[in-house]
Design a binder for this molecule. Structure first.
Ligand SMILES: Cc1cc2nc3c(=O)[nH]c(=O)nc-3n(C[C@H](O)[C@H](O)[C@H](O)COP(=O)(O)OP(=O)(O)OC[C@H]3O[C@@H](n4cnc5c(N)ncnc54)[C@H](O)[C@@H]3O)c2cc1C
Length: 355
């Protein structure tokens, strides 16, 4: 068997490389960076993500991840709370990605550092050299590689912003063991405490909101804080020197229903679930497992892709519906009030948006 190539050592790629290595397929895992970065992400590991990681031998608790037991919603002055269907965790992506990359290497995957410029049938054109194999697992995540671009919404695309607020007793009291969703017109902010007690504040919003704030992320946060008192409280300890990371144009809702022979698309390259659901990493890990099983059993890449596309349809559609509702003032209020009076509905919504 010729060594399969896995492009991208994020959660999807590292999990695929681990499973391929365990099956004796000697994968080459390619990433553009030797150092594991801290990807822009809410850092919320859903119970489904955790279940999958544990099966693989990676327990978030051993990485000191924080337990998350409740969902808290905010829409202007309205608030609501519901318990999660099962325990979830808050963990920085740096810690998770490092541990998964180490797991892949420990199982025998060969890590190579190169920036892919183009993906062509049976080969990856890197900056350092060309890599060839009849089997490629495409796991470049948020980033598209030439030859395999995903379509973007021309009109007011969604973008991601992330700021880390240092640990403090006030944050502990206010956020505690909750995943908080602060809903505002045109987007939301998700807040989770991570292993060191810092608050990961991650926003997904329409580009026009940033443009209205003069393309200055701090002005945008100040504008939001001025209208959303609970959000403002979470920023109390945030020095204006803290860096804000951004990522542009996320193709929320996109699903790959087809692919070319020999190219298995994983993670965000298979389906991009709106981040409000906190299920992107579960999709990454699940798609990696299903694709590797398909490859090992001789199932073609197009067949795997069509099957996985069908499987991703319900959670992605559910998350898209909640994201669309939450983006309007009336939708956000309705969601928050419903959660307040009927927390069971919120739990059903959470279940519907799991892979
Ligand atoms: C704002 C926001 C908040 C989110 N919050 C959550 C959350 O709380 N919970 C959750 O479960 N999901 C969340 N998600 C989704 C989650 O981040 C993704 O679904 C997940 O990271 C996908 O994993 P992946 O392995 O497919 O890709 P990635 O994590 O993007 O990893 C891709 C890897 O490929 C490498 N790479 C990329 N391009 C190249 C190249 N050309 N050459 C070589 N290497 C390359 C990168 O260095 C990286 O290591 C969020 C997403 C956004 C945008």
């Amino acid at each position: 068997m010729m060594q399969p190539l896995v492009l991208g050592a994020g959660p999807a790629g590292s999990v695929a490389a681990t499973l391929l290595a365990r099956a004796g397929a000697k994968p080459v895992l390619l990433d553009r960076s030797e150092h594991v970065g801290d990807a822009i992400c809410g850092g919320f590991l859903s119970w489904r993500t955790v279940e999958n990681l544990r099966k693989l031998g990676c327990d978030p608790e051993s990485l000191s991840a924080r337990q998350i037991n409740r969902l808290r919603l905010f829409a202007r002055d309205a608030t609501a709370q519901a318990s999660l269907p099962a325990c979830a965790f808050g963990l920085s992506r740096k810690s998770l990605d490092r541990s998964l990359r180490e797991l892949a290497i420990a199982n025998g995957a060969k890590l190579e550092i190169d920036q892919a410029r183009e993906v062509l049938p049976g080969r990856i054109v890197g900056e350092r050299r060309e890599w060839t194999s009849p089997t490629i697992f495409l796991a470049s995540g948020k980033h598209d590689v030439r030859g395999e671009r995903r379509p973007r919404q021309a009109n007011d695309p969604a973008l991601g912003l992330r700021i880390r607020v240092p640990p403090s007793p006030t944050l502990e009291t206010r956020v505690g063991d909750a995943i908080e969703l602060h809903l505002f017109e045109g987007g939301y902010a998700g807040i989770v405490l991570q292993e060191d007690g810092s608050a990961n504040i991650c926003l997904a919003l329409r580009k026009s909101l940033l443009a209205e704030a003069g393309s200055d992320p701090w002005s945008l946060l100040n504008n939001l804080a001025a209208h959303h008192p609970h959000f403002a409280q979470r920023l109390d300890n945030a020095s204006r020197d803290l860096p804000i990371d951004t990522i542009g144009s996320v193709p929320y809702g996109w699903i790959a229903h087809d692919t070319q022979a020999g190219l298995y698309r994983l993670g965000d390259q298979a389906a991009v679930i709106p981040s409000l659901a906190g299920e992107g990493m579960a999709i990454a890990v699940t798609s990696a497992r299903v694709a590797v099983e398909a490859f090992l059993s001789g199932e073609t890449a197009p067949r795997y892709q069509t099957g996985f596309g069908v499987r991703a349809r319900r959670p992605v559609a559910a998350a898209k519906l909640f994201w669309t509702m939450s983006e309007t003032a009336s939708g956000a209020l309705t969601m928050t009030r419903l959660t307040n009076y009927l927390p069971g509905i919120a739990r059903l919504a959470m279940r519907l948006s799991r892979i």
